[in-house]
Design a protein. Sequence first.
Length: 67
Amino acid sequence: MGPAGWDSLGALEQWVERHRPPVHPVVTDKNPGASGRTRPLCEAPAYPRYTGVGDPDSARSFACTEP
């Protein structure tokens, strides 16, 4: 995945000021050739792993998996 787009500052602001932590954050690949590919943003050490079902360019087709 190339350059990633996720509004981390906006998410932190929502969490601190409105007590709304990020739930199931999704990052978008900003590489021009990626055509908007998305992945779930997983808490380390987990990583996004394709479930084998659905669009491989959609975060919905991935699950955060422990190594």
